[in-house]
Design a protein. Structure first.
Length: 273
């Protein structure tokens, strides 16, 4: 009888050890699970830039910061902070969408560490430092457009340099990476495991500039409830757009140009026709 009773005990021990092993694996591999850069040599990135109407953007010391449109009004700059996959120049289609809506600003794209041809490794600290350096190098305060993971980067940058940001456009955002991860891994203790938390609610708690949030009704990556939670926490002027039938990757393109103009008028104080 005692040996029969020992079997469930041994099985429970095996299950506990297996679970702890999974937790350890996720803890050690979490950044490779979160960040999915496309790495290319500098020459290849420059070719893509030329074909898309961008040039290399450097700081005053000649250090590369990212890419800037060849055309546009530098007096009203726009800084785009992209999502977790690809590289900065993949967002040329977002710039094209802004142009279609009537945005004539000069647009800047940052290179995250480890993305494209940029050296380094991506994590919350390095991405935030990159965004802060980019804002500091701009000649005037910018409208910052964050996309997915980039909304978390934008929030962290706003907490550090609010005076350099005229307004925020947050596309498919989350309230915190902890909250987003818990949606995908409810069986894991993500609050104990997560290294890069990107707590946008906390970061924007004192930000009083205008914030426009664009969420997708069918977003399974960052569900609109996460964006709504962030929206509800914001202390300053704010507006929320939830695009019907859109998913995580289509919200930008499914929002009609007329509503893009409404969004831009609100966040920038300009009047697009």
């Amino acid at each position: 009888m005692s040996s029969l009773l020992a079997v469930p005990g041994r099985l429970l021990l095996v299950c506990v050890l297996a679970y702890l092993g999974i937790c350890l694996y996720v803890f050690l591999r979490q950044r490779s699970m979160l960040y999915h850069p496309e790495v290319l040599p500098e020459g290849a990135m420059r070719e893509i830039a030329r074909a898309s109407g961008f040039s290399r953007w450097n700081d005053a010391s000649g250090n590369p910061l990212g890419w800037a449109t060849d055309a546009g009004d530098p007096g009203n700059p726009v800084l785009i902070l992209h999502g977790n996959a690809g590289h900065a120049l993949n967002r040329a289609s977002l710039v094209a969408k802004l142009r279609e809506a009537g945005v004539t600003s000069k647009v800047y794209l940052t290179d995250y560490p480890g993305y494209g041809s940029a050296p380094g490794h991506p994590d919350q600290a390095s991405l935030t430092a990159t965004a802060v350096a980019a804002l500091g190098a701009l000649p005037h305060p910018a409208i910052v457009v964050g996309e997915s993971l980039g909304t978390g980067v934008a929030a962290q940058a706003a907490a550090r340099l609010p005076e350099k940001i005229r307004g925020l456009v947050l596309i498919t955002p989350f309230d915190s990476m902890t909250s987003a991860a818990a949606r995908h891994y409810p069986w894991l203790p993500v609050s104990a495991l997560l290294l890069d938390r990107f707590d946008s609610v906390k970061a924007l708690a004192q930000f009083t500039g205008p914030v426009a949030i664009l969420a997708a009704a069918n977003d399974e990556t960052t569900p609109p409830a996460l964006g709504k939670r962030l929206f509800d926490s914001l202390p300053g002027p704010k507006k929320l757009w939830i695009v019907p039938h859109a998913d995580h990757n289509s919200a930008v393109f499914d929002l009609p140009d007329s509503e893009w103009r409404e969004l831009w008028n609100f966040v920038s104080g300009q009047r697009l026709q």
